[in-house]
Ligand binder design. Structure first.
Ligand SMILES: Nc1ncnc2c1ncn2[C@@H]1O[C@H](COP(=O)(O)OP(=O)(O)OP(=O)(O)O)[C@@H](O)[C@H]1O
Ligand SMILES: [Mg+2]
Length: 255
C-alpha cells in the first residue's frame, strides 16, 4: 500500500431501498496534500459517495480506508459490533465533511457548532475545544460571530461556519460537497475564494464536489468524473479539461 494515500475507497456498491444502484463499484484514492474535484451530472451519486467516504452511509459492498486503516463502514445487512462502532467513530472524527446544505445545528451558537467535534468527537476539554473552534472560525473570517445564533446568519456565513466546524477537528482530509451551489453570485465568489485559499495551503488534502468547473479547474490536481454511480474518468485537471473523450466532452459542453 502506498503510504501517501490518505483516503481510499474500493469497490463501493450501494443501492437504495427501492433497489436503485447509486454507487456501482467505485474505487478511488486520495493522496496526501492532493486536491481532487469530483464532477458529474445531478443525481450521479457525488453526495452519496462523500457520505460513504466520511463513514456516514451504509454500503452493500466495498471498503473505505484512512491511511490504510479500514473504516468499518456500516453494512446495510449487518449489525456493527461495539468495536466496529468505535473504529467508525474514530474515522468520522478524522474526516471533515461539509454538507451541501450546511446542516448546522440551528439551536446552537456558531461557537457551539464548532466546538461539538473537538469536544465530543476528539474528546477534548471544553476550553481546548473552544480554542480550536475560535482558530477555525478565524480561518474562515467568522471569528467575530462566535456567540451569534446560527439562524441569524446568511447562507454564505453559514457555509463559512460549516467549513470552520469541519476544520475545528483538524481533519486529515476535508470533503466539501458543492460549497457554492446554494449561494448567490457574490457569495459564490467569496466562498470560492475561501476554497481556493484552503486548497492552496500546502498541508491541505481535500475532495471537493462541485458543478463550478472554473473552481474545479483552479483548485484541483485531479478530476474524478462520476457517471451513474461509476468512475467514468479520472485524470489530471488539465488533461480532463482538454480531453477528447466523448463522454467528457459531452459533460463539459452541458455543464
Ligand atoms: N435516501 C434515498 N433513497 C432513495 N434514493 C436516494 C436517496 N438519497 C438520494 N437518492 C437518489 O440517489 C441518487 C444520487 O444522489 P446524490 O445525492 O448522491 O447525487 P448527487 O450526484 O450528489 O446529485 P446533485 O448534483 O444533485 O447534488 C439521486 O438520484 C437521488 O435522487
Ligand atoms: Mg449532491
Amino acid at each position: 500500500m502506498n503510504e501517501r494515500v490518505v483516503l481510499s475507497a474500493e469497490g463501493i456498491v450501494k443501492r437504495w431501498p427501492n433497489g436503485r444502484v447509486v454507487l456501482d463499484g467505485v474505487t478511488l484514492s486520495i493522496m496526501e496534500r492532493e486536491v481532487v474535484a469530483i464532477v458529474g451530472a445531478n443525481g450521479c451519486g457525488k453526495s452519496t459517495l462523500l457520505s460513504v467516504l466520511a463513514g456516514l452511509e451504509s454500503v452493500h459492498a466495498g471498503s473505505v480506508r484512512l491511511r490504510g486503516q479500514p473504516a468499518a463502514l456500516p453494512n446495510v445487512d449487518a449489525r456493527a459490533s461495539r468495536q466496529e462502532e468505535r473504529v467508525l467513530r474514530a474515522h468520522r472524527a478524522r474526516v471533515g465533511l461539509v454538507f451541501q446544505q450546511y446542516h448546522l445545528f440551528p439551536h446552537l451558537t456558531v461557537g457551539a457548532n464548532c466546538m461539538m467535534g473537538p469536544q465530543y468527537g476528539l474528546g477534548l476539554h471544553v476550553s481546548e475545544a473552544a480554542a480550536r473552534a475560535r482558530a477555525a472560525l478565524l480561518r474562515v473570517g467568522m471569528h467575530e460571530a462566535f456567540d451569534r445564533a446560527v439562524t441569524e446568519l446568511s447562507g454564505g456565513q453559514q457555509q463559512r461556519v460549516a467549513i470552520a466546524r469541519a476544520l475545528a477537528n483538524t481533519p486529515e482530509v476535508l470533503l466539501l460537497d458543492e460549497p457554492t451551489s446554494a449561494l448567490d453570485p457574490q457569495r459564490t465568489r467569496e466562498i470560492g475564494a475561501l476554497v481556493r485559499e484552503l486548497a492552496s495551503e500546502s498541508a491541505t488534502t481535500m475532495v471537493v464536489v462541485t458543478h463550478d468547473l472554473e473552481l474545479a479547474r483552479d483548485v484541483a490536481d485531479r478530476v474524478v468524473f462520476l457517471d451513474a454511480g461509476r468512475v467514468e474518468a479520472e485524470l489530471p485537471t488539465e488533461q480532463f479539461f482538454g480531453s477528447q473523450d466523448a463522454a467528457i466532452r459531452e459533460f463539459l459542453a452541458h455543464a
